[in-house]
Ligand binder design. Sequence first.
Ligand SMILES: Nc1ncnc2c1ncn2[C@@H]1O[C@H](COP(=O)(O)OP(=O)(O)O)[C@@H](O)[C@H]1O
Ligand SMILES: [Mg+2]
Length: 305
Amino acid sequence: MTYEAVVFAEDLSKEFGSIRAVDGISFYVREGECYGFLGPNGAGKTTAIRMIYCRTPVTSGVLKVFGLDVRRYGREIKSMVGVAPQENNLDPDLDVIENLLVYSRYYDIPKKVARERAMELLRFLSIDERRKEQVTKLSGGMQRRLVIARALINNPRLLVLDEPTTGLDPQARHLIWQRIRELKRQGVTMILTTHYMEEAEQLCDRVAVMDLGKILVEGPPRELIERYAGKDVFEIRRVEDEGFLKALRGLEFSFEKAGDTIYIYSNNGDEIGRRLFSIKDIEVLHRRSNLEDVFLKLTGKELRD
Ligand SMILES: Nc1ncnc2c1ncn2[C@@H]1O[C@H](COP(=O)(O)OP(=O)(O)O)[C@@H](O)[C@H]1O
Ligand SMILES: [Mg+2]
């Protein structure tokens, strides 16, 4: 099979009645890369990827997966894609390994092969010791790992992960990140959505920053950060003083105000630091910029909602 990109989308839209959940987005995903959709709740991330794995029809635009038009080749595409949806949707009446085996039947995987593959995946995600347990007894992190294992049962060439770590504690999150990196080393092409900028920075080769159904910017995380936010950020709190704001406007650096905080962006942190730290009665935090700053710079609002 020849195709130029694993996923190719041009002017892709999805409407629910009068809501334009995805509004004319264009992007492509290369073989072997991890591509991320980053954005707040309601940005259109889930809708975008549900079209990719042929779970919901497109309203307009071009969408091809492995070179195949999603409108015509849903069955073929589904057989090559693994999906971990946003909600865990495990079968509570079945134990851990049965949840995988039931799934393997959709793909006509022979029983013996399915059992071997299921054990291998449970080991890979460190839940093999719990294989006989009811899924309702598993922690949130384990349930999430089981959903990822299930997404891998058909040996997919494209793995789609919708918010793989939302709501998990840091240990559970780091374990999932390690496994995602391992899959990437094995050559699995991945698309994930997240509203954690750290997750996108850790895992994704390229990200599309989304808001209100549109892609605002796209590129490698570090490049986006340097282009839009610069290297350094100073967060200044407890600033009610209009005089101070006026003084800031007079200086040659860009800043955003969100909630009780002013964010100053710069590639020349030392110089700005010296000037800010000499001002009395303000609280200044100096840190490296991240993808959240890109979002804030582009939209004027914070990513968390
Ligand atoms: N099945 C649906 N019916 C109607 N509106 C929907 C449906 N699914 C999503 N939406 C709307 O589309 C927009 C984007 O939602 P979604 O793709 O779930 O965003 P995200 O995953 O980024 O949080 C939201 O305004 C949401 O309410
Ligand atoms: Mg979503």
